[in-house]
Design a protein around this ligand. Sequence first.
Ligand SMILES: *[C@@H]1O[C@H](CO)[C@@H](O)[C@H](O)[C@H]1NC(C)=O
Ligand SMILES: *[C@@H]1O[C@H](CO)[C@@H](O)[C@H](O)[C@H]1NC(C)=O
Ligand SMILES: *[C@@H]1O[C@H](CO)[C@@H](O)[C@H](O)[C@H]1NC(C)=O
Ligand SMILES: *[C@@H]1O[C@H](CO)[C@@H](O)[C@H](O)[C@H]1NC(C)=O
Ligand SMILES: *[C@@H]1O[C@H](CO)[C@@H](O)[C@H](O)[C@H]1NC(C)=O
Ligand SMILES: *[C@@H]1O[C@H](CO)[C@@H](O)[C@H](O)[C@H]1NC(C)=O
Ligand SMILES: *[C@@H]1O[C@H](CO)[C@@H](O)[C@H](O)[C@H]1NC(C)=O
Ligand SMILES: *[C@@H]1O[C@H](CO)[C@@H](O)[C@H](O)[C@H]1NC(C)=O
Length: 901
Amino acid sequence: MKTISFLSSALGVALSFGSAVLAQDYATHGTFTEPNTGISFYTSIEANGAISGDGDMSTVSVGGFTFGIALPGNAATVDSYEYIGLIVGSLTNGAGWSGIVQGDNTGAGMPNHLMLLAWPTGVGNTIATSFRYSVSYQAPVDYKGSAKVTPIFSKVNATSFTFVYRCQNCLLFDDPSQPSFNTSTSQGTFEQGWAQSTVSPADKTNPDSPVQQHNNGMGEFQITVSKAANAAYAKWAGISSTVPTSSASAAPYPTGNSTANSTASVVAPSSTLAAAPSSSVSATPTTFKGVPVPSATSYDYVVVGGGAGGIPIADKLSAAGHSVLLIEKGVASSARWGGTIRPESGWLDGYNLTWFDIPGECNRIWNGGSQGVACTDTDQMAGCILGGGTAVNAGLWWKPNPPDWDYNFPAGWKSTDLAAATGRVFSRIPGTDHPSRDGLLYVQSGWNIVSQGLASANWTAVTANNVPAEKDRTYAHTEYMYSNGERGGPMATYLVTANGRNNFHLWLNTSVERINRIGGHATSVDVIATNDGGHVGTVQLTETTGRVIVAAGAFGTPKLLFRSGIGPSDMLEQVQQSTDGPTFIKSTDWIDLPVGYNLADHLNTDCVISHPNISYYDWPAAWDTPITADKISYLTNRTGPLTQAAPDIGPMMWEVIKGPDGIDRQFQWTSRVEGSNGVPSGNSMTLSLYLGRGAVSRGRTTIGKSLNMVVQTLPYGDPNDLTTVGWAIDNMVNALKTIPNITINLPPPGVSGADYLKTIPLTYANVGARRANHWMGTAKLGTDDGRLEDGTAVVDTNTLIYGTDNIFVVDASIFPGMPSTNPSALIVTASEHASDLILAHPYPKKTTIVKKGGQCTNTGSSTGWFGWWGGVTGVGGSGNSLTCDEGLACKAVNYFSSVCQ
Ligand SMILES: *[C@@H]1O[C@H](CO)[C@@H](O)[C@H](O)[C@H]1NC(C)=O
Ligand SMILES: *[C@@H]1O[C@H](CO)[C@@H](O)[C@H](O)[C@H]1NC(C)=O
Ligand SMILES: *[C@@H]1O[C@H](CO)[C@@H](O)[C@H](O)[C@H]1NC(C)=O
Ligand SMILES: *[C@@H]1O[C@H](CO)[C@@H](O)[C@H](O)[C@H]1NC(C)=O
Ligand SMILES: *[C@@H]1O[C@H](CO)[C@@H](O)[C@H](O)[C@H]1NC(C)=O
Ligand SMILES: *[C@@H]1O[C@H](CO)[C@@H](O)[C@H](O)[C@H]1NC(C)=O
Ligand SMILES: *[C@@H]1O[C@H](CO)[C@@H](O)[C@H](O)[C@H]1NC(C)=O
Ligand SMILES: *[C@@H]1O[C@H](CO)[C@@H](O)[C@H](O)[C@H]1NC(C)=O
């Protein structure tokens, strides 16, 4: 997830109905007495107007949008979980739907909030309503909680619909599969979100109908309880059922059918653009046609996750002669590996290219392209596809700044220790700051303006990867991992060489659900198919010497460890209560480590500037309808704008500032030509400020009852971190304000960095604007064994999980703290280095030695009489065991016993 776009509020919110990006409250508020019911509402209004771009944080919507709310008279002192709502939704040619996200006291981001969708059925004045929710930026599913909607009044005409309703248990979240929470009206304020679409659901009379993604604006606003509370509430709620609708028809109001076992297809409102086909996903878990795991086969190494950590290490381990199985849960991305995701308009049909291969399409995941690509089990955006973050990011590729190792890592991981690995990585993936094959740079209007100000402020222009240590008041053209005008990176290098070896195996569409272990020794992994063609069954590790490398990313890795009984007890208890419970490893075998803590990310703060000479290139349009000349030059010669990452990234700028606590903090600025935070694209640029090395804030990721991952504690907000960010903003404003004719939109004129920061919430609701999606640190590497009191490390300096003898973690999770830059190249470098350490690491000694003929526990798998089942089939089957003497295996001799033979 190393893309500027991953923090792009403009595109990011495209997926986040009820935007997670609330920098400000964009609605106009007022009060309105609805004439047909006499109910008085506190209103939040978006005016009629054309939306810009994806319509995030829109102050307008075509046709307008109004949400009104009335609360009980005492709601400011006694929490009310119900309200009376008013939706005045707009219709385009009679079509559309409108939705509300029932937020909480801190936010109304799309994940893990109740959504109420409403639309005219086309039958009289009736309105269909549907409660849905999603644990990620993915297809919402039917909500099974206790929320109840009772219609009070509705009226539909060609351009809009009015819907008044009582919503009970709507200000709490209690879907039985998820952690519950209540919104507290007595806190005085809470958040709500909205979105609209100009396209009606496929089946208007069916509340469970597939719904196309909102395309008519979205945003968030705050409800002031004192303005919504009204002593007449009880009366209004009481008369609700008696107020006649103006409907001539007696048709019932269809409401979501939560009693049905919904297998209805629900098209993701959050993951398909209107332009995308209405591919559907099942609202209930689907079983795919899995290929059984080959029997009687074992692997020296099972590498879990085909991303920046997993691909390089799988290559290195297989190069050393070991049998290696690389398991990736997603589909192929690059065409080279069989990927097929191409523009619906067909302009790439027949080419050996998918969106992942073309740099100019790199922010597609934020722009209607997340379906089947983004992880469905986390509340943050992440690529669950071959290549992981390196398939979906903007390809930024930075030679590591030495202090990133020296400051963050312990002995054995200092920059001098990493020098050899760095050399190997950059010999295979040198990267380039001139990705077009004609050596020219395109669409440089943003660079041209910003670099003027930096030069006059005496910042130094550098070629970043020639001088990786020069990261203080320097700026550079963006370095990418691209090669030959295509994405390149680990999938085009390490994976290619690995795949050329017959001791290397790659399984796509396969998820590792659990590592089975005997004490601290992994014996096998359980897999399921996530798509047709994936594998299902139990994969055996080579007896005694087999190893697992967990490389599933900063959320995927902790999830797998939790499910394997490795983590803090509160998380393992959560897994115990999930569907994993009946087969979960017993608590006496749990390994108590601080997995999921130490979550880090680059804190992002957006500044926005405008200048008449800056011109916007329409990258989202380039998905289906690229500019013809640019398309041709790309397809024929791999030249032109499409060889560069969207949206015109650069200049990149760095500064080091000592915080009030004496800690040097590394900043990186990423410029891009697009508006954000309410400033439209056109002549504007967003300058995104990342706080990197030296940040002391840390957060935590946790697992939910449905085994979804949540950022429970944001890794931002330490006062010294924030003070230093404020200074960095002031420095940049001072550098840029000298540019003739520049407008600095944000921070607003005269507002200091510190005061500007106070206006940008650091809440979960606003995480879309504050994250960089460079999540790291959830299985920290260190010398202080996390099983001990005050220990913080999950893996040792060999990347081996404490308390185990053959389970390693090699991905962003092991980073103790944030680096200077986008982290992809550092993760690949860490993987190269880890491969040396792991290959040199001795195999475990057998602890208990059982002589020939002695009873042993057959550990082929965890279930069955004496290990008869699982990976061991039939008399004579053998499983992994550390108990038998050298040269012997623990073999099942009958249904009841196994002996060393
Ligand atoms: C449709 O209803 C809206 C909301 O009540 C109203 O403002 C608008 O004038 C109506 N349009 C027509 C054509 O009646
Ligand atoms: C949330 O609200 C429900 C419904 O009133 C109530 O039963 C429950 O106790 C509340 N939970 C909390 C944590 O306040
Ligand atoms: C709800 O679902 C059940 C079971 O599928 C079905 O029998 C019933 O007709 C549905 N009700 C509505 C209102 O769609
Ligand atoms: C829903 O599924 C459960 C379990 O499969 C079944 O017992 C029940 O009858 C189903 N309900 C409906 C309405 O189909
Ligand atoms: C697709 O492109 C890759 C990378 O250039 C190349 O290795 C592969 O052979 C190509 N495949 C086909 C079918 O042309
Ligand atoms: C930049 O450097 C020059 C030459 O050293 C100096 O005269 C000028 O004041 C500096 N400008 C700034 C903004 O520091
Ligand atoms: C491709 O490159 C060749 C050689 O430089 C050039 O003659 C040709 O015009 C280019 N074609 C396009 C479409 O850019
Ligand atoms: C600033 O804008 C004015 C008015 O548009 C223009 O005449 C002038 O050339 C611009 N100056 C620069 C340095 O771009």
